[in-house]
Write a protein that binds this ligand. Structure first.
Ligand SMILES: [Zn+2]
Length: 300
């Protein structure tokens, strides 16, 4: 199931999915807890960056879509502290979370799941950047793909200053997602396993895995959920994301059992979801999400 056929469709869909991004929104910095900050919005693509200030130094999670945007993150860090940046982490390989890596190369440690390195090194990384270049994001030409230089398979622990971070691999949005659990802060930094107020990007997603990941996250003792896109929030942010995926899976399966074509399935589910999720951004991504789920469950 996880073969090249899917990859081809991902590529075709991706152009549709990323088109229409808002270029002009300025980044906003939210102080989530003491010492924990999230930059939301930003020019190019609205992916979030989070940073934690420990007594020993700073940990940066995701690096935005261009070096220029990444430098803005560094400026935000420097407004808060002059301590060194100890670690940079990519929650997954997508360019809007990793193409600013070169700006954080001086931290010497860029950490991710091993599949992130595979997706960003050699030809794969070049192709991913080439795709982003077609989107004409301001500043993208400056990007030098910089894969993580420290990877893990299932779980990694970081102790820094007064904090303990657990980096846990759970695929779903991609095959190399990680989320970060900081138990002392009851906080989950979810990467793109959670979108808040936005239809999720599902270009290389697996719905079943994604729901499993959210079930796992939901069992952890947490109060704050920092999504990959959209504002940080409480448990409802997690519940809404999980509900979206479960409802998508259920409705697509019903149509497949009835023998509906992809187009018929989209025509049934699209209007229901347009109404149900009318306050979410990127409703134009619904058709491709329905297609992604249809591909996953329509196994003959
Ligand atoms: Zn993503």
């Amino acid at each position: 199931m996880r073969g090249n056929g899917l990859k081809l469709i991902v590529f075709i869909l991706a152009g549709l999915l990323y088109s229409g991004a808002a270029w002009a929104e300025k980044a906003k910095t939210v102080e989530v807890w003491k010492n924990l900050f999230t930059l939301t919005h930003g020019e190019g693509i609205d992916s979030n960056t989070t940073f934690l200030i420990t007594k020993e130094g700073v940990i940066v999670i995701d690096t935005r879509v261009t070096p220029a945007e990444a430098r803005k993150v560094k400026e935000e860090v420097r407004k808060q502290t002059q301590l060194p940046i100890l670690y940079t982490i990519n929650t997954h390989y997508h360019g809007d979370h990793s193409f600013g890596n070169q700006v954080f190369k001086d931290s010497h440690t860029i950490i991710a799941h091993e599949n992130v390195r595979k997706a960003l090194e050699y030809e794969a990384g070049k192709e991913h950047l080439d795709f982003f270049k077609t989107l004409k994001i301001p500043g993208i030409e400056e990007t030098v793909v910089t894969p993580p230089n420290m990877v893990f398979k299932e779980k990694m622990h970081i102790w820094a200053g007064e904090y303990h971070l657990e980096l846990i691999h759970m695929p779903g949005h991609t095959d190399g997602d990680l989320f970060i659990y900081i138990e002392a802060l009851k906080t989950i930094i979810a990467g793109d396993l959670i979108f808040n107020g936005k239809i999720p990007y599902m270009g290389d997603a697996y719905v079943d895995d994604w729901i499993k990941a959210l079930d796992y996250i939901g069992d952890l003792d947490a109060e704050i959920y920092i999504p990959g896109h959209g504002a940080p929030g409480g448990k409802p942010v997690l519940i809404a994301m999980r509900h979206y995926l479960i409802d998508l899976r259920r409705r697509v399966k019903v149509q497949i059992e009835k023998g509906s074509s992809l187009k018929e399935t989209q025509d049934v589910i699209r209007p229901i979801f347009q109404e149900k999720f009318k306050n979410w951004k990127k409703l134009e991504w619904l058709d491709s999400n329905i297609e992604r789920a249809y591909m996953e469950y329509n196994i003959k």
